[in-house]
Design a protein around this ligand. Structure first.
Ligand code: HEM
Length: 129
C-alpha cells in the first residue's frame, strides 16, 4: 500500500522521479535541457527546498519562482504536460492528504504562472489555444 508524503526523503523521491519523466518527455525535455540548459545538480536541491517549504512550511526556499519562467518558450500545452506528469508521479508514489494538497498546490501555481504570462484569463477561461 502507498503511504502519504511525510518528510524530506519523500520529497526527494517525488522530485527526482518527476524530473526523470521531464527529461524523457519530448515536449518538456528540450525546454529544460536545450533552451534553459538547466544545471540539475543545482536545480534539484532547489526544488526539494521549494516543495518542503510549500508542504511543510520549512521556509527552506528563499527564491522567487515566477521570474525564471517568464522568458521560457512555453505555452498552455507545456503547462498541461507539466501538471499531467507531476500528478502522475505523485499518484504513482503516494496517496493521502498531503499528496492531495501537493497536487492541488502544483496545479494552482501552474494556473497562476499561466495567468501572469497572459496564457489564460481567469481560471478556466482560455484566451487562446
Ligand atoms: C511548462 C512548465 C514549466 C517549465 C518548462 C519550467 C521550467 C523551469 C526552468 C527552466 C527553471 C530554471 C531552472 C534553473 O536553471 O535554475 C525552473 C525553475 C523553477 N520552477 Fe519551473 N517550470 C515549469 C513549471 C513550474 C511550476 C508549475 C512550478 C511550481 C508549481 C515550478 C517551479 C519552479 C521553481 C520553484 C523553480 C526554481 C526557481 C529558483 O531558482 O528559485 N515550475 N522551471
Amino acid at each position: 500500500m502507498k503511504g502519504d508524503i511525510t518528510g524530506e526523503q519523500d520529497i526527494k523521491l517525488l522530485v527526482d522521479t518527476f524530473y526523470g519523466k521531464v527529461n524523457d518527455d519530448e515536449l518538456l525535455g528540450p525546454i529544460f535541457n536545450g533552451f534553459a540548459q538547466v544545471n540539475w545538480e543545482h536545480h534539484l536541491p532547489v526544488m526539494y527546498s521549494f516543495w518542503s517549504s510549500v508542504l511543510f512550511g520549512t521556509m527552506a526556499y528563499k527564491g522567487q519562482p515566477f521570474p525564471k519562467h517568464m522568458r521560457l518558450p512555453i505555452n498552455r500545452q507545456h503547462f498541461a504536460r507539466w501538471v499531467e506528469l507531476f500528478t502522475q508521479t505523485a499518484d504513482e508514489l503516494f496517496e493521502g492528504q498531503k499528496t492531495q494538497e501537493l497536487k492541488q498546490k502544483a496545479s494552482s501555481i501552474a494556473q497562476i504562472f499561466q495567468m501572469k504570462m497572459g496564457l489564460i484569463g481567469t481560471i478556466g477561461n482560455k484566451l487562446t489555444d
